[in-house]
Write a protein that binds this ligand. Sequence first.
Ligand code: DCP
Length: 216
Amino acid sequence: MSKETPFTVFIEGNIGSGKTTFLKHFSKFENVSLVFEPVGLWQNLNGYNLLELQYEDPEKWHMSLQSYVMLTVLRNHLENKTDKPIKIMERSLYCGQFCYVEQMFANKTLEPAKYYVLQEWYNFIHERHKSQCDLIIYLRTNPENALKRIRKRGRTEESGITIEYLRELHNHHENRLIHGKFYRPAPVLVIDADSDKENILKEYEKAEKIILRDKN
Ligand code: DCP
C-alpha cells in the first residue's frame, strides 16, 4: 500500500448503534484521522432542516434528503485527504444507497421513479469513483436497544422514530453486512454494540487490534 493511501475503515450500523461514540474512542490515537457524518449539514441547508422534513413527511422528503446525503457523503469520501496512515469514516456512500434508499423503496415510501433517479446517481458515481475501503466495522445492535438510545439522546428530529422503522433498517444492514445481499467493498468485522459500557470497551479493543495493526 502506498504511503498516501490510508488504511480506511467504514463504521456502519443502525441509528443509535453508537457509531459516533466509536469514532470518538479513536480520537486518542494520533495516527488516526476521523471523518464524522455531516448530520449538521442535513439539519441546515440554507435554513431547511431536511432531516426533520424527512421524518415529518417521508413520502415528500426522502428523495431530497437522500440525494443530499449522497452528495455530502461523496464529498467526505473525496475531500478528506490525510497524511495519517489510518482513516475511520462514519458510514459511507454504500450504506446510504443499500440500507436507506433500498429500505424506502422496499416499504414503498419512495416512489419507483424517485428511486430510479437515486439509483442512476449512485451507479454513475460508483462507476467513476471507487472509494478506498479496507475494512467495514458493523456495530450490530438489536433495534429495541437502538430505540432506547435514540430516546435517551433526544435528537428532536428523531422523536417519532418507531421500532418498525428501526427493524426495517436493521434487516437491511443485516442483509448487506452479514448476508452479503448488497455490495460490500471490504471484509466486515462485527462488533456486539449491545454490550453495556464496561464490555463495549472490550469490543472496541477487539477493533483496535485490527485497525491499529502494524500502524503504531
Ligand atoms: N439518516 C438518514 N439517511 C441516511 C443516513 C442517516 O435518514 N442515509 C438519518 C438517521 C438519523 C440521522 O440521519 O436520524 C443520523 O444518522 P446515523 O444513524 O448515521 O447517525 P447517528 O448519530 O444516529 O449514529 P449513532 O447513534 O450510531 O452514533
